[in-house]
Design a protein around this ligand. Structure first.
Ligand code: ZN
Length: 655
């Protein structure tokens, strides 16, 4: 053999070491098998004798367990179920994407959790059947087994319902192709076939094809129909579902009326049609972010509260959840909902999808099955790199490392409830990402992390450096397969100043907040009163413990504890209009030697540029000065325009 081709062959051997999710166990042997159409793949059912002889007896009862052997005799798969054999074939696919020269090996594998999900939001930006198929193929390669489709929301109803045809005729169509265009043009719906109408929906035939494809991929599809919040579109199509005010006029916000018989008739009819299409054990009823505002004044809601002895409107939602759970149970299905369904009391059999568990503010419900999808680790609509490196997105930061650094058991769930964890899920909300390349860019490689956390034993997925190497290999495969992917190899990473403490004159000096100018200590507690002078800059995430948020002008005075020469005063602000956080219109700096008489020494102004500030953005507001002083007063003025109500700042730098 020519020396060069010998080395090339060595380079291009595929083995189990690059597989994602990382197998429970593998060994490699001396030698390689060159895969061709002549190679036989023998599939054997793991019988009692085989299972008795293997040492991991209880694990072989897990759905999806398998052993894959590549050796001199060819390829052999042993599994208890067809699902296991299917997963073994995914290993072969991943390896063969690298090279047809396969290292001799034995892979023994089974999943940690039975639920390994991915959610696609096709309401805000519609993704058709073909696109859903494509993402399902990716999921299968990652051994993910639940596709959760967010089918309806204020931005569009996306599933054919024969008993309520206006849903798709009217509100699957809108003015504005993307969600952003739609919201900017006032959130107007259109009608099927009308000029300029864009959108679409899944027909019943489409749903059947998706379910059939899922069965081939050993996957389940869970449909989500939102009740009672996020229902603007349903109320436009069927106004009778809305609450009334005291004068008997319909109130159109995003919530259905939980006290109206029409709402239950609607629920039951829609669910009847949905469960006929989707065989999943669980049906997702949404349940998140209901404002419940109209319920407080609706005579029907008030009458029901009185009758049931309810003291708050959350109990109305719980009442509705119980009725929906009962109905689903009568059809042999289980209610699944977002974590707000725990408010006001949860139906016995309900499954909770936990997404905001930050610092235990929302503890997991005791005694209920849960699926973990914490927004801090599993919301892939959040950007994965520095804001100047990524397209429009929310001003937070969820790099691959953070997606991977998540154990669904430790620190999230009390030990006594850990047997209730069904598994994990990542979510792609599509405010900024139309179906296609950009959505895939957000998903891959981060979905690799969720897949591995859901499949591999904890001790096998704690080495990020190793995972990142494997992710780079699999990303090449994804690119070859035609997926849009994030350029992990050229990742910029976190904000430099956030990872390297900053030295300046104010570090460690006391900060006095002017009367009535405190920050939001509940959601944005930061590191406390010293956060503005602790030498720590915020990360790219507005939710980290560095940023302070103010719903008023900022007015703080720093005591440098002695008179010193000062040449610069400034700070970084964060803007995120989707959360009503905007840059200040003006920042003013004052100095004093005695703490009584202050003299203005600088200012920095900003004129709102509408386009630039919609999503995450960062800007320094500072001024060179030339003074000697002990006290520095820093004042930031809010923009009085609506929707610009908050300021967010991490550190005041004095030099
Ligand atoms: Zn009502």
């Amino acid at each position: 053999m020519h020396i060069l081709s010998f080395f090339l062959t060595l380079l291009l051997v595929a083995g189990p070491q690059s597989i994602i999710p990382r197998p429970v166990d593998y060994t490699t042997g001396q030698g390689q098998l060159v895969y061709s159409d002549n190679v036989q793949v023998k599939v054997k059912v793991a019988d009692r004798k085989f299972i008795r002889e293997t040492k991991d007896l209880p694990e072989w009862s897990k759905e999806g367990a398998y052993r894959l052997t590549i050796g001199r005799k060819g390829i052999e798969i042993v599994s208890v179920t067809e699902t296991g054999a299917f997963y073994a074939r995914q290993d072969l696919s991943q390896m063969r994407a690298v090279s047809d020269t396969l290292q001799y090996c034995v892979i023994t594998d089974w999943p940690r959790f039975g639920y390994r999900g991915l959610m696609l939001d096709i309401s805000r930006n519609y993704g058709d059947k073909e696109w859903i198929f494509k993402e399902m193929d990716a999921m299968a390669l990652l051994k993910m087994n639940v596709l959760h489709i967010h089918l309806v929301d204020g931005a569009g109803w996306r599933i054919q319902i024969d008993s309520y045809p206006e849903l798709t005729r009217k509100t699957a169509w809108r003015i504005g192709e993307t969600y952003e265009e739609w919201t900017k043009s006032g959130g107007r719906y259109s009608e099927e076939g009308a000029p300029g109408a864009s959108g679409g929906y899944l027909t019943k035939e489409d749903c059947k094809e998706i379910v059939a494809r899922a069965a081939e991929l050993h996957m389940e599809v869970i449909p989500e129909i939102e009740f009672p919040g996020h229902s603007n579109e349903a109320l436009v199509a069927y106004p009778e579902l809305a609450c009334e005010d005291a004068a008997g006029h319909k109130v159109f916000n995003s919530d259905m009326c939980p006290s109206n018989p029409a709402t239950y008739k609607f629920f039951e009819s829609v669910i009847d049609e949905v469960i006929e299409l989707f065989p999943s054990k669980m049906i997702h009823i949404g349940g998140d972010e209901a404002s419940r505002s109209a319920w407080k004044n609706c005579p029907h809601c008030q009458a029901l509260m009185k009758k049931e002895g309810f003291t708050n409107v959350a109990q109305l939602q719980s009442y509705m959840n119980h009725r929906m759970a009962e109905y689903l149970k009568s059809k042999g299905r289980r209610l699944l909902g977002w974590d707000e369904i725990t408010h006001g009391g949860l139906p016995d059999d309900a499954v909770v999808m936990m997404r905001e568990t930050e610092d235990g503010k929302k503890p997991t419900p005791h005694g209920h099955d849960i699926i973990l999808t914490p927004d801090t680790h599993c919301y892939f609509n959040y950007p994965q790199d520095a804001p100047f490196k990524v397209p429009a997105a929310f001003a937070t930061y969820l790099p691959l490392k953070v997606a991977y650094d998540f154990d669904p058991m430790e620190s999230w769930v009390k030990p006594e409830d850990r047997h209730h964890v069904l598994g994990v899920q990542c979510c792609l909300w599509t405010e900024y990402s139309p179906a296609g390349e950009y959505s895939e860019y957000l998903l891959y490689p981060r979905a690799f992390a969720t897949a591995e956390i859901g499949w591999s034993p904890r001790e096998r997925c704690s080495d990020y450096a190793d995972f990142r190497e494997r992710a780079l290999v699999l990303l090449d495969t994804f690119k070859d397969m035609g997926y849009g992917t994030f350029d992990l190899a050229n990742e910029y990473g976190d904000r430099y100043e956030a990872t390297h403490p900053v030295r300046h004159l104010a570090v460690g000096k006391p900060v006095k907040y002017a009367e009535g100018h405190g920050w939001d200590t509940y959601w944005y507690p930061s590191t406390g009163e010293t956060a503005l002078t602790d030498g720590l800059f915020g990360t790219w995430s507005f939710k980290d413990r560095r940023w302070q948020r103010f719903y008023c002008d900022i007015d703080v005075t720093i005591d440098l504890e002695k008179v010193v020469p000062i040449h610069y005063i400034g700070a970084t602000f964060l803007s995120q209009r989707i959360h009503s956080v905007a840059f200040p219109v003006k920042v003013e700096m004052f100095v004093s030697k005695d703490g009584k008489d202050f003299e203005k020494c600088g200012e920095s102004t900003y004129r709102m540029r509408d386009e630039a500030q919609v999503t995450g953005d960062y800007m320094d507001f500072g001024a060179p000065v030339n003074v000697e002083a002990r006290y520095v007063r820093f004042v930031a003025h809010r923009d009085p325009a609506p929707g610009h109500s908050a300021l967010q700042i991490d550190e005041i730098v004095v030099n």
